[in-house]
Each structure stands twice: as structure tokens, then as C-alpha cells.
Design a protein around this ligand. Structure first.
Ligand code: 9Z3
Length: 316
């Protein structure tokens, strides 16, 4: 008889077997191992968090022209990464190419075009109005990377995302309870299996398009049961209908046995989230009196506390 996690393993094996191979797998692995080695050898042992950020794409053609996307600007992941680094964590930032990056919040949307000016043909300089923001962004990001506290790994497709997440989880296995997964990426629920995908661009001449999407195997189950069973694991639940949000988050908590589910509604996600866990639901808000404050400041504070308790309990 196959167990539930056995069935999930089978689903994942066939998902991975039919996935296009991850480009730069060896390079990613060597960066990851170096980063984890450096951080685990720090005095007192270092906490390492994998922050996922941005949406995964589902290609419709192997030589992809069209794809389905999942909404996420990457703001949550980027801001949370900064907060984790400030709290002393080493962060593996697994992000969708082109989405928000840590330390870039105060920069304009199009930094290259808006931040710089040419006093003459040979020189380029930062516009005075942006110089403080650019200085801070560059200094903070360079410091985090130079000190080995930030490793940035980009993905685009659901295939890349799941393969990279598995690599990270497997590499973090020995870090045990000191590792954390903070899964803020918006992950596709449905996809076109690579083997049944057309190679060339779909032609529009033959009328309406019918596509059949398969269900993406439930990554959370296998992450919890096999890939990183000792890690502290936080997942996210996004809904647009506030009436079902908490119920769906509670179901996810029970089903996947994660340590907490951060429930958020699309329209209010920057103002408040609800942390749903076995110890009850906690509403976390942005500090309204401070215009600089973001909800991630209070959220990461709470999760770091919970992680500390988890580490202590794991040692007893
Ligand atoms: C989230 O719920 C994130 O908080 C947001 C952040 C994507 C809303 P932004 O990137 O937004 O700052 O613009 N992420 C998880 C979304 C998701 O797809 N969750 C799945 C679900 O709700 C479970 S993995 O079913």
C-alpha cells in the first residue's frame, strides 16, 4: 500500500522527470553549498531562511511565446528579505526574474532612467533628489552580499521554481530547525506538462484555443514530509474574497502541517495580514502612525520570535 507521502513522491517524480532540465544546475548548487557552508560555520550557528518571491509562469509552448502568469509584484518577498537580514538571518532569495528586489523600495520605478543625469558627455551622476536612496540601496545590498547574508537566485517558470526549491530544501536539510521556508511566491496551481506541450508557437488561424491544464503536484506536502521535514515552514494564502480567507488558510494549515499560514487579501495585503497557526490567529498590521512602516516589519518580528521558540523546543 502506498502512503500519502509515497503517492506525492510519485507525482513529483513524474513531474520532475518530464520537466525540462534546469539550466545552470551545477552553478546554482555550488553557490548554494558555499552559502550554506559559510553560514552554518558562523559562531553560534546561523539561521538561514529561504524567501520565495514573485509569481511562477506556465509556458504554453516549449519555445515559449505565450505563458500564463500568477500575480505577485515581489514586494512582500523583497521587503521581508531586508527584515530577515536585519534580524540576523542569512537569506536565500528565490525570486521571479524582473520582480522587486531587496533594498530597492525607495527607488523610483525606473531607476536607471530617473535616478541618473549627465552633467556632460563623459560623466554620469545620481540626481540629487535620489542620491540618498541610491546610496542606501547600493550600500545595504552590497553589504548583505559581501557578508554572505544574501544569495539571490532567479526563476521564471513553474518548472524552474520547483526544481530550485527542491535543491535548496535538500541542501538545507542539515541546518534542521535553524532553517526556515517563507513561501511568499505565488505558485501556479495548473500547468501544461512539458511532454504534451507543443514545441512551436500556437497558431491563431484555427479558431478559439482549447488548452487542458494539469494540476501542479502539491509542493507543500512533499516539502514538509520529505525535502525539509525539520525546517520551520511558513506558507501564504491569497484570496480576493475576504469571507473565505481564514477558512482556506486554516484548511491549508491542517492539510500541509506548516507552522503558520499568512493569510492575506489582495486589496489589503499591504495593510494587514493574519498569521494563522495552532496557537490561534494573530492580525498583523502596518503601523499607521508611521508612513515609513510596512506590514513586513511587524510580520517578520513575530515570525522570528516563533522561530526562536521552535528552535528551543527542537533542542529539548
Ligand atoms: C502571497 O499571498 C503574497 O503575500 C502576495 C504578495 C503574492 C499576495 P506582492 O508580491 O504580493 O507583494 O505583490 N503569496 C502566496 C500566493 C499563493 O499563490 N498562495 C497559494 C494559495 O493561496 C499557496 S502556495 O493557494
Amino acid at each position: 500500500m502506498s502512503s500519502i507521502s509515497g503517492m506525492e513522491d510519485d507525482e513529483f517524480s513524474s513531474f520532475f522527470e518530464s520537466s525540462p532540465t534546469l539550466k545552470n544546475k551545477e552553478e546554482i548548487l555550488s553557490k548554494l553549498n558555499r552559502f550554506i557552508e559559510l553560514n552554518s560555520s558562523r559562531q553560534g550557528g546561523k539561521r538561514i531562511v529561504c524567501v520565495t518571491s514573485g509569481g511562477t509562469t506556465v509556458p504554453l509552448e516549449q519555445r515559449c511565446v505565450r505563458y500564463i502568469d500568477n500575480f505577485s509584484s515581489g514586494n512582500r518577498g523583497a521587503a521581508s528579505t531586508e527584515n530577515f537580514v536585519n534580524a540576523g538571518y542569512a537569506v536565500i532569495f528565490l525570486y521571479r526574474r524582473g520582480t522587486c528586489q531587496p533594498y530597492c523600495r525607495s527607488l523610483p520605478d525606473d531607476p536607471f532612467l530617473e535616478c541618473f543625469e549627465f552633467p556632460d558627455a563623459k560623466n554620469i551622476r545620481v540626481h540629487a533628489s535620489h542620491s540618498e536612496a541610491v546610496k542606501m540601496a547600493v550600500m545595504d545590498q552590497q553589504a548583505a552580499i559581501a557578508e554572505g547574508r544574501l544569495l539571490k537566485l532567479p526563476f521564471s517558470t513553474i518548472y524552474e521554481y520547483l526544481q530550485m526549491l527542491r535543491l535548496i530544501a535538500t541542501a538545507l536539510k542539515d541546518v534542521g530547525p535553524c532553517s526556515m521556508f517563507y513561501l511568499a511566491a505565488a505558485v501556479s496551481d495548473f500547468y501544461v506538462p512539458w511532454t504534451s506541450m507543443t514545441e512551436h508557437k500556437i497558431q491563431s488561424g484555427s479558431g478559439p484555443l482549447d488548452i487542458s491544464l494539469a494540476q501542479v503536484p502539491k509542493m507543500l506536502s512533499v516539502l514538509r514530509s520529505n525535502w525539509a521535514p525539520k525546517a520551520f515552514c511558513i506558507s501564504f494564502k491569497l484570496e480576493t474574497d475576504s469571507k473565505i480567507l481564514i477558512e482556506k488558510a486554516t484548511k491549508a494549515l491542517q492539510k500541509y502541517k506548516v507552522h503558520a499560514v499568512v493569510a492575506n487579501e489582495l486589496l489589503t495585503r499591504k495593510e494587514e495580514v493574519v498569521v494563522v497557526s495552532n496557537s490561534g490567529n494573530v492580525v498583523v498590521r502596518r503601523d499607521c502612525d508611521n508612513p515609513e512602516s510596512i506590514v513586513e516589519d511587524n510580520l517578520i518580528h513575530l515570525l522570528v520570535d516563533r522561530h526562536s521558540t521552535y528552535i528551543k523546543e527542537s533542542h529539548t
